[in-house]
Design a protein around this ligand. Structure first.
Ligand SMILES: O=P(O)(O)OC[C@H]1O[C@@H](O)[C@H](O)[C@@H](O)[C@@H]1O
Length: 285
């Protein structure tokens, strides 16, 4: 079976040997392997029992990025919204000559009563994970199935496994304006993004669709090809922040970088019966 479910985890297996795992808690992609090598980072201290968001892989952020601000309705929601802490269902699976696909679903009838009260809109999310030999696509479709418009942010909060944070370069953001959440100021990126300390930057309206994460001189990397997602967040917690996170090892910041494609700088407004979709395709460089 190209897609099987074991306890709370959907496992996608491609004939090439590539594989992926998606935890139904948050529809969080927790593994993507090509050539037997893990490509996404999940903390050794990640909590997988559904009591908090999974620290790593691709948590799916919806309907708010970070903490919502009053008087917006998202202000009372948990940080990064409820999608990553809700239990999704494996709704469909299929295969064709090149890909193995699994679809996950969440809607207003399957979130908790508490979240439903805090965000009283009728919605349907379909998250599609498509695994090929050397690539993986993650695609989100948001549908307003109610009679009230709603606003949302969304983000594919991807944690990449990297050999060494001090050598990594994120290419494709030069010239883009960003909000530096560490220094709390706006800046313009000059050249590649490198990690020399805590980084938490929100690049709004990134025109290029392809962003490269280069691991180091001659060490390969991963390309993020985004569709319908205007913004990129780059995050590495570095030393102090790592020490303050119970579900993240003190030294793990060396081995990860988050490069997150989404729509977070502005809310997207979705009218009744409206659809929105966005996706990313990850491929090895
Ligand atoms: O600890 P959380 O809620 O998973 O968030 C992790 C990080 O997620 C990033 O996307 C944010 O820009 C950071 O500010 C935040 O710290």
């Amino acid at each position: 079976m190209p897609v099987s479910q074991k306890n709370s985890v959907a496992v996608l297996t491609h004939p090439s040997g590539a594989s992926a795992e998606v935890h139904l808690f948050g529809a969080t992609l927790t593994s993507w392997k090509v050539d037997g090598k893990e490509r996404v980072f999940v903390s050794k201290q990640a909590v997988l029992d559904g009591s908090k968001a999974i620290r790593g892989g691709i948590p799916l952020i919806f309907p708010v990025f970070g903490k919502g601000k009053a008087p917006h309705v998202t202000a009372s929601l948990p940080q990064h919204g409820f999608a990553r802490i809700s239990r999704w269902t494996l709704a469909n699976s299929s295969e064709d000559a090149h890909t193995v696909t699994a679809q996950f679903a969440l809607d207003h009838t399957t979130i908790s009563i508490e979240h439903r009260e805090l965000w009283p809109y009728d919605f349907s999310l379909v998250y599609t994970v498509k695994l090929a030999a050397n690539t993986i696509e993650t695609h989100l479709r948001v549908h307003n199935v109610g009679d009230k418009p709603f606003d949302f942010n969304t983000l594919l909060h991807t944690y990449f496994m990297i050999p060494d944070a001090s050598k990594v370069r994120v290419i494709g953001l030069s010239g883009c304006d960003y909000t530096d959440k560490v220094l709390q100021k706006s800046s313009r990126q000059e050249g590649d993004v490198v990690i020399r300390g805590e980084v938490d930057s929100v690049y709004a309206g990134v025109k290029l669709s392809d962003i490269q994460i280069q691991f180091g001189e001659g060490e390969g990397g991963i390309q993020v090809h985004k569709n319908g997602l205007g913004d990129i967040v780059v995050w590495n917690p570095w030393i102090e922040k790592s020490a303050g996170m119970a579900d993240f090892g003190d030294e793990e910041y060396h081995r990860m970088i988050c490069v997150e494609a989404g729509q977070v700088a502005e809310f997207i407004a979705l009218a009744p019966e409206g659809y929105w979709e966005g996706s990313q395709v990850l491929s090895l460089l």
